[in-house]
Design a protein around this ligand. Structure first.
Ligand SMILES: *Cc1c(COP(=O)(O)O)cnc(C)c1O
Length: 379
């Protein structure tokens, strides 16, 4: 089945009532039919029917063997990091979500895992940086917020040559536009809070593996059961509801984003536009090869830090807020918000500076969005 169909029907199975909408099972525990027997559900931390329906849908959409619906994107990334042992070495994109850097450096760094941030668009550099103890390559593509495009297929080849895992944080494109597992990645993680939710009303995360029967899947199942980072059934239902319109939302967001990116390039207050759907973007060709859309995220630089800050204060329609992926357009200032805790030397290397703004394009009328940006930049 194709994505638009999977998004609507994916993991749903009809119960005896014929309910079209997945029932919300608010049950923490489940009655056993008899000794040694189970309905398949024993205790809510381990499995819940509503959550399982969501997990089936996400696995189908990502073309994975198994997925876990979790309480946040960070819960998913934590499950990835906890697969590591002290003495392991990990290569990460140097331009990525600030919370991932914080988890790596401030939590797992103390357990003796070594994290090295490099430009993962440079395949020769990645090859040179692989060590005998490199267990994992962790990337975002497009990266956050500089929108660099890394080659998922080539990186999976480099990782597998050395028995390392390739992990892709697929939050920025959602499974509707990019399916890293089909390009060789071993694990996909999502902040479900963003495009999959799409309405800025649930915090959620996903982890998906290619092979649902692998020792990797078994290990993750053990971790999930032991640590309890699962999504509640109520939130799982909200995510199932959101998922039904994922394709509609992200296709419109991408259409709006392309129009705004092209328009921003013509504005005198704008010095740089970073959007992988623009043919002038250095990753354009690769993006068109490995994804079916360019997403709704645009970063751009304005002529001065003062103008960047003033623009945020003058917005009327677009909200000055962190986060992304929702139907409402949001503008954020990465250096002081999403990336405030990034080590300064890492920030400097990526080109992220105090003139950079990041726009998450919503589903509003594109002319209204341009008008708001124009009045906010002009003052
Ligand atoms: C928001 C975000 C996360 C963290 O997800 P939460 O749901 O906020 O825990 C991870 N990666 C990316 C790319 C994000 O945008």
């Amino acid at each position: 089945m194709k994505d638009f169909t999977l998004e609507v029907h994916g993991g749903h199975s009809y119960d005896q009532t014929g309910a079209i909408s997945e029932p919300i099972y608010l049950s923490a525990t489940f009655r056993h039919p008899g000794f040694g027997q189970s309905t398949g559900y024993d205790y809510g931390r381990v499995a819940n029917p509503t959550r399982n329906a969501l997990e089936r849908s996400i696995a189908l959409l990502e073309k994975g063997g198994r997925s876990w619906a979790l309480s946040s994107g960070m819960a998913a990334i934590n499950l990835v990091m906890i697969l590591l042992d002290s003495g392991d070495h990990v290569l990460l994109s140097e331009d990525l979500y600030g919370g991932t850097v914080r988890l790596a450096n401030e939590i797992y760094g103390h357990y003796g895992v070594e994290f090295e941030y490099i430009d993962t668009t440079n395949l020769d550099l990645v090859r040179r940086k692989m060590r005998p103890n490199t267990r994992m390559i962790f990337i975002e593509t497009p990266s956050n917020p500089m929108m660099h495009i890394s080659d998922i297929e080539a990186l999976s080849g480099i990782a597998h040559e050395k028995d390392a895992l390739l992990v892709v944080d697929n939050t920025f494109l959602s499974p509707h536009f990019q399916k890293p597992l089909t390009l060789g990645a071993d694990i996909v993680v999502h902040s479900g809070t963003k495009y999959i939710c799409g309405h800025n009303d649930v915090i959620a995360g996903f982890l998906v593996v290619k092979d649902g029967e692998s020792s990797l899947a078994e290990r993750i199942e053990l971790l999930v059961k032991s640590e309890g980072p699962n999504l509640s059934s109520m939130d799982a239902w909200l995510m199932l509801r959101s998922l039904k319109t994922l394709g509609l939302r992200v296709e419109r967001q991408a259409g709006n984003a392309l129009a705004i990116a092209e328009w921003l390039r013509t504005q005198p207050q704008v010095t740089q536009v970073y959007y992988p759907g623009l043919p002038s973007h250095p990753g354009f060709a690769l993006q068109q090869k490995q994804a079916t859309g360019n997403g709704g995220m645009i970063s751009f630089k304005v002529t001065s830090p003062e103008l960047a800050k003033a623009t945020l204060g003058r917005l009327k329609l677009i909200a000055f807020a962190e986060s992304l992926g929702g139907v409402e357009s949001l503008l954020t200032y990465p250096i002081a918000q999403t990336h405030a805790e990034m080590p300064r030397e890492l920030i400097a290397r990526t080109g992220l500076d105090d003139t950079l703004l990041r726009l998450s394009v919503g589903i509003e009328d594109v002319e209204d969005l341009k008008e708001d940006l124009l009045q906010a930049m002009q003052g």
